[in-house]
Design a protein around this ligand. Structure first.
Ligand code: ZN
Ligand code: ZN
Length: 87
C-alpha cells in the first residue's frame, strides 16, 4: 500500500474529520487546539484503522512523542510494518 497516497485519499480525510470531531479538535494530552495532528497509536491497521487507532495531538505533543517515545519517523515505522519485521 502506498501510504503517501493513502494520506491524500478521501477515506483518510474522512477518518481525520471523525478523529477531530471525537477529540473536539483538541490535543488528547494537553488540550491545546493549536496545530492539531491526527496521530496513529498503532500502524497495525493502516488503511483500515479502527476509531481508537488514532488520537489527536497538538504539534508540540506530537513532536515530543515522536522524538522521545518513538524516535523512528512515521515513514520508517510504516516501512518496518509493511516489511513485517518483528519489533
Ligand atoms: Zn498537546
Ligand atoms: Zn504521530
Amino acid at each position: 500500500m502506498d501510504y503517501q497516497k493513502y494520506l491524500q485519499s478521501d477515506e483518510w480525510r474522512n477518518k481525520c474529520i471523525a478523529v477531530r470531531d471525537f477529540w473536539d479538535n483538541r490535543c488528547a494530552v494537553c488540550n491545546s487546539d493549536i496545530n492539531t495532528h491526527v496521530h496513529h497509536r498503532t500502524y497495525h491497521n493502516i488503511g483500515h484503522e479502527q476509531a481508537n487507532d488514532m488520537i489527536l495531538l497538538c504539534e508540540l505533543c506530537h513532536t515530543t512523542f515522536h522524538k522521545i517515545v518513538n524516535p523512528l519517523s512515521m515513514f520508517d515505522q510504516i516501512a518496518v510494518m509493511l516489511k513485517g519485521i518483528p519489533r
